[in-house]
Design a protein around this ligand. Structure first.
Ligand code: AHR
Length: 365
């Protein structure tokens, strides 16, 4: 039987600053959540987004009964869409976690990359009086009003994967990726790779196939990469491929028609990279460690690893979609009236092509 606490909710949520005033964070590792202690170096924990916020803790202090039945915790998930392999892996992680066997009634809605549909979906969850709303926001802006309605209705909202620009008083907590760091990691890898090849003084022309415009995954990766370009790199162009394969193919085809001197292609996810690789090969060119162009991708899905083993991608910067267990753990804590961290990052790595063959079989998605 679920234990419900006091009545009056999120607007009266208790918000505390954790620990000793440092920036410790919880991250999701393949073995479950782990605490990253801030060593004060300002290295991996120090980025120029919400990641620099103090970790705060939140206690759920409401609540009302779901219109749903019984003892199941009713969770509504407003998913972005199904545009990429990464997205499908995240959906699987959520669906395999929020099962009846695990004590959940789970309403899943694929919002098809349509923000209006996503806002309407959240409104429907409010009308249905779900116990928790899980939101993966398509873009950063535009959720303030509906989140205020959820708050007024006493329904905690957990934001996953991408960030939103709304006040963090309007949601209970956020779990996801550090997109700025991912972009920084890509630029750092490129600098080190060029140095190792004796090419660091070469002038390089770069094109970027970015993700869905206005999504924090796009904004963060662009910010992290573009702000860390070497002085002798030129960003020729940056156009959105909308995080899907057709988009990657179309944008790369246009880039190849416009520019005949591309040295580096940055694709902001693996599916865009697959389309871009097609376009490059159709144009009689090549990419990858022994190719005409350096190919950088994000996500590090199994398909991305296969493309690295095939010699088509130079490096894949990981974005971890396995968020279901951590979101469930947060909900279970909130159900017990425990505090949760306001901000939690999933753990992510950088995988150069020469590591891919050894690692590919251990990839979980
Ligand atoms: O928000 C995460 C991004 O969205 C992933 O990089 C991409 O594959 C997905 O569609």
């Amino acid at each position: 039987m679920r234990k419900r606490l006091l009545a009056a909710l999120t607007c009266s949520m208790m918000v505390l600053v954790t620990g000793c005033g440092n920036d410790d964070m919880t991250v999701l590792t393949p073995n479950g959540p782990a605490l990253i202690k801030d060593d004060g170096s300002g290295s991996s924990n120090s980025v120029s987004t919400k990641a620099t916020q103090k970790t705060t803790t939140t206690t759920k202090t409401d609540t009302k009964k779901s219109s749903g039945s019984s003892d199941l915790v009713h969770v509504g998930f407003a998913q972005v869409g199904s545009e990429s392999d990464w997205r499908l892996a995240q959906t699987d992680s959520m669906k395999s976690t929020f099962t009846e066997g695990n004590g959940y009634q789970f309403d899943f809605v694929d919002c098809n990359n349509d923000q209006q549909k996503q806002v309407e979906t959240i409104q429907k969850f409010i009308d249905d009086k779900v116990d928790y709303i899980v939101l993966d926001p398509i873009v950063e802006d535009g959720y303030d009003d509906v989140l205020k309605k959820a708050q007024d209705a006493g329904i905690p909202v957990i934001v996953v994967d991408r960030n939103i620009s709304a006040s963090d008083s309007l949601y209970t907590c956020w779990v996801g990726s550090n997109f700025v760091k991912e972009g920084e990691d890509a630029a750092k890898w490129l600098k080190e790779y060029l140095a190792s090849e004796g090419r660091d003084s070469e002038s390089l022309n770069i094109v970027t196939i970015s993700g869905t415009t206005g999504a924090s995954a796009q904004l963060g990766r662009s910010e992290g990469f573009n702000n860390n370009m070497a002085g002798n790199w030129t960003l020729l162009d940056e156009q959105s491929g909308d995080f899907n394969e057709d988009g990657g193919r179309a944008v790369m085809t246009a880039f190849l028609a416009q520019y005949d001197d591309i040295d580096v292609v940055v694709c902001q996810n693996d599916n865009e990279a697959y389309g871009a690789i097609d376009a490059i090969q159709n144009a009689g060119k090549s990419c990858g460690p022994n190719g005409d162009m350096i190919m950088i991708s994000f996500d590090a899905t199994k398909g991305g690893f296969e493309r690295m083993v095939a010699g088509e991608i130079n490096v894949d910067v990981e974005c971890n979609p396995l968020e279901g267990p951590l979101v469930s753990e947060l909900i279970q804590k909130l159900e017990k009236g425990e505090t949760v961290d306001k901000i939690q990052y999933v753990e992510e790595g950088v995988y150069p092509a020469d590591t891919a063959a050894d690692i590919i079989d251990s990839r979980a998605y």
